[in-house]
Design a protein around this ligand. Structure first.
Ligand code: URA
Length: 233
């Protein structure tokens, strides 16, 4: 069940407050009866605004998934591996925004809002993506600076990045890296240029949107503020 005003807003009828006004004005019906302000509806209810049927198909979904490793970021995998869609029990046709490798975990946005997906993945929009990684070996200060200034991968220099060393022991370095490009296996390839293998990689943020304590393998709906934030990035 979902609040009627939220359902209407997600179907693109109007903002939530305006939807409340439409409901209060008696313009909205649920199964042929005039709807009451504050009521909830389910997938099977027939909802109309001024006599025009509003379909669930128009509803926009915005989710954040904590992708575990061992899942492919695709809608269907030709090799029959598990995909991120196996973790989502929503009937609408959603697709992932950007890609995390099979062995990478962390924050993945899924939506059926094609416009937003394009905006977030277009290089021109330079959305920051932040990762935590564990590297084999010790990352030196000069290597860290090299990575920040840009290194050549696949023949092209990477854009400015931020690299913070969180912890070092004899054999490993734990660091946080923020990039705004989305090239294939970019983080792993960047560290390779300074002779470091990424043993563990997790995306913890997209812009200011953070994964937080969302358990691995679970998803949650983004709230209105988070959706607005992404739309205005
Ligand atoms: N960079 C990588 O190397 N892999 C990912 O999954 C994401 C960024």
């Amino acid at each position: 069940m979902i609040r009627l005003n939220k359902f209407l807003a997600e179907c693109g009828v109007a903002g939530r407050r305006e939807c409340d006004k439409l409901i209060a004005d008696g313009c909205v019906t649920v199964n042929g009866k005039v709807a009451q302000l504050g009521c909830c509806v389910s997938e099977t209810d027939k909802i109309a605004v001024n006599g025009r049927r509003i379909s669930d198909v128009q509803r926009k979904y915005y989710l954040m998934l904590h992708k575990p490793k061992g899942y492919v970021t695709t809608v269907k995998d030709d090799l029959g591996r598990k995909t991120v869609m196996d973790l989502i029990d929503i009937k609408a046709r959603l697709y992932p925004v950007g890609r995390l490798d099979y062995d990478t975990e962390g924050l993945l946005i899924l939506t059926n809002d094609g416009q937003l997906a394009n905006r977030l993945t277009h290089p021109r929009n330079e959305v920051d993506k932040t990762y935590i990684c564990r590297l084999s070996g010790i990352l030196t200060e000069s290597e860290r600076l090299q990575l920040e200034r840009g290194v050549i991968i696949d023949g092209v220099k990477t854009a400015h990045a931020r690299v913070k060393i969180l912890k070092r022991d004899q054999h490993h370095t734990r660091c946080e890296i923020t990039i705004h490009e989305g090239r294939n296996r970019q983080v792993k390839k960047m560290f390779q240029t300074v002779g470091k293998e990424v043993e563990f990689l997790k995306r913890v943020a997209v812009g200011n949107l953070r994964l937080g304590g969302l358990p691995r393998g679970e998803y949650r709906f983004l709230n209105a503020e988070e959706i607005d934030y992404l739309k205005n990035l």
